[in-house]
Design a protein around this ligand. Sequence first.
Ligand code: AMP
Length: 397
Amino acid sequence: MNVLVINCGSSSLKYQLINTDSEEVLAKGLCERIGIDGGMHTYQKGGSDKKKTDVEMPDHTKAVSLVLEALTDPDDGVIDSLSSIDAVGHRIVHGGEKFSASVLIDDEVLKAIEECNDLAPLHNPANLIGVNSCRELMPEVPMVAVFDTAFHQTMPQKAYLYGIPYKYYRKYKVRRYGFHGTSHEYVAKRTAEFLGKDIKDMKIIVCHLGNGASVSAVKEGICVDTSMGLTPLEGLIMGTRSGDLDPAILDYIADKENLTLKEILTILNKKSGVLGLSDGTSSDFRDLNEAAAAGNELAAGALETYAYRVAKYIGAYAAAMNGVDAITFTAGVGENNVAAREQICSYLTYLGTELDKEKNSVRGEETVISKDGSKVRLLVIPTDEEMSIARQTVALC
Ligand code: AMP
């Protein structure tokens, strides 16, 4: 089957066309600045160089039609006609409590997704626009919604409830949902497969460390806790997001700086994390590594604070599962940042982990980075959310 995987943001659209029999990525690309002047389409046929085209895209339907034109182009395309697209898999950020698994999209499902818009006002409406544009242009093709929150729906109540009046959960569903679920699920499964074990016999901690970052505890194949909450702001210190903090800080800063709650939330989402901690040096870990090496103490401190927070979550989740067999690193930082992994693992020896520094000098490869005989295995498993969405799409079509 050929599955088109779509990840639609408010002004961007990322896509991959995957042959799910061979698991080959036939083509992929990105439409940027949709609805804004200066639109750009980057297209890459499997194995070829990227081709960038300046093109205005007043709306998402125009972007999808450009994608379909590129995929079927007689010179650069990878399929003869649209009938070669057998299904479309859409990444949807928030499925609320309604969706604990991927679903085939119909009008009823679309309505239920729309009802979750309140929970992810920046993401879900954009995701839905992507679905509607694809349905308009490919009305006969089956489409599947794959939710970022679905994998975490197995969390027990003690993990997902906040210590606030229960009525806010009853009335507004205020609770922990968790995100990056497609990645956590994929990486936990690959961890067990890679170690040749049955996931049902394992306790795994997955550290998805990218620009956004989250940790999850996966016991016997089921997610029992995760660090992101009602929104992706909770948990780890991230590129630009604060992660956990004392909620009273909001009122304190609002008062001192004469800011509204919304303005403070923007600061917590966009100007905090390692960017904020390093006093604006960078949100990118490569820049921070360089700055720290060049003697920038705030950059070094930001990296240290970041690693300490990850290690604390790993400790918490080892406690939540009463043990851990494997700790796996994934996403941009987790897959590539040797120094960050070493810094995090320096806190974990009490669990019986032994990092092998030589094996740890790896980037973007599936591998074990702990010493032979380490009681708890440490791994790097590159995430592949698109492949996971494609597989889940096939399973439902
Ligand atoms: P993601 O959101 O998963 O794309 O991850 C983005 C983050 O990964 C950025 O902070 C990058 O600095 C970091 N990253 C990517 N490649 C490397 C690398 N080779 N070394 C260090 N950090 C990296």
